[in-house]
Design a protein around this ligand. Structure first.
Ligand code: ADP
Length: 311
């Protein structure tokens, strides 16, 4: 697989098989194996004798002696070049389709808005009602397409952050107004975010908020209040989005952030979605050295929170 003969490689450090930019992973893996953990299907890259880099999946297990002490480790490396290429092609396809769908949808949305303005001027109540609904549905579609585009970019490692300093309160109010527009049955309030500045990718954090808020709406079928709050904690600000919806059981809470994961529950079986929103939220926050957390009681509601560094 690597192109070396036995004579050339036996006795040399295994680092010669690892591209330099992946060297940082080794101590982390060793640490985990030293603690008796088995590392399974760890995807990374390796390098051949003629300097060709290829995709691999590793399984690493500790080897114990009779006394139960770890005396070595076994590493199995599988070449997954083809699988990775297939994934890249799939992601490129999703990115292309999402991108192509965005342009006509944007133009449709502007026509809807112009017509809605006219219907309002003419006091045309049927027109107002129908176009308001069309406006909401097309907004939902725009959000979904944006999620798909980001999923594809993320999977292909093409997400880059554009960091800027901005007022958190402004972004919160924009996101709250956007989400409020999706539902009249819910009251969305923001509190405690005034005067806080953060350095982050404004658009991406906006997308995190929209995903969390549209979930809060989707999974609170009876309506209720949705609170967005900010709490200062030393150098960071903790952002919390709390709803009064169906809640999530403890066992489900661990799986929510997996790609394509959706909870199977009678009360929400008609709610549509692809199970990518929370995966994206979690990945975007990881890029910001933050993480998404959840607290929830079934039947009572859920709280999702994360923190950002303040300026
Ligand atoms: P989607 O909403 O498209 O299914 P997400 O990744 O956004 O995908 O969410 C994954 C699952 O987590 C949802 O299917 C839902 O069951 C659960 N969930 C997310 N947010 C909430 C919430 N605020 N309250 C209750 N359940 C939620």
């Amino acid at each position: 697989m690597y192109g070396y003969t036995a004579d050339e490689i036996i006795g040399r450090s295994s680092y010669v098989l690892i591209p330099e930019e992946k060297w940082f992973e080794e101590p982390q893996i060793l640490e985990r194996v030293k603690n008796g953990e088995r590392v399974q299907q760890f995807e990374t890259q390796r390098i051949t004798k003629d300097r060709r880099i290829f995709d691999v999946s590793l399984t690493i297990s500790p080897i114990y002696d009779a006394a139960g002490d770890i005396v070595g480790l076994s590493k199995i490396t599988r070449d997954i070049t083809e699988k990775k290429q297939e994934e890249r092609r799939k992601n490129d396809f999703i990115a292309m389709v999402s991108h192509e769908l965005k342009t006509p949808l944007t133009s449709m949305r502007s026509y809807i808005q112009v017509l809605l303005g006219r219907a309002k001027n003419n006091d045309d109540s049927f027109g107002i009602n129908a176009l308001t609904r069309a406006n909401v549905q097309s907004k939902k579609m725009t959000n979904m397409i944006q999620d798909f585009l980001d999923l594809a970019r993320l999977e292909n490692g093409r997400i880059t952050l554009t960091m800027e300093v901005f007022e958190l309160d402004e972004l919160m109010k924009e996101a709250a107004a956007d989400a409020q527009f999706l539902s009249t049955a819910h009251t969305i309030r923001t509190m405690g975010c005034e005067g806080i500045k953060v350095k982050a990718d404004r658009d991406k954090i906006g997308q995190v908020l929209i995903n969390l808020l549209s979930n809060a709406i989707k999974y609170s079928p009876k309506g209720g209040t949705i609170d967005i709050s900010c709490t200062r904690e030393a150098e960071r600000v903790k952002v919390c989005i709390a709803d009064e919806g169906v809640g999530i059981s403890l066992s489900e809470q661990k799986k929510l952030f997996n790609r394509f994961y959706r909870v199977k529950n009678e009360s929400i079986k008609t709610v549509s979605g692809f199970g990518i929103g929370l995966y994206l939220v979690s990945e975007i926050l990881q890029y910001h050295n933050s993480k998404i957390e959840v607290e929830s009681t079934e039947g009572k509601g859920s709280k999702f929170y994360f923190s950002l560094e303040m300026c």
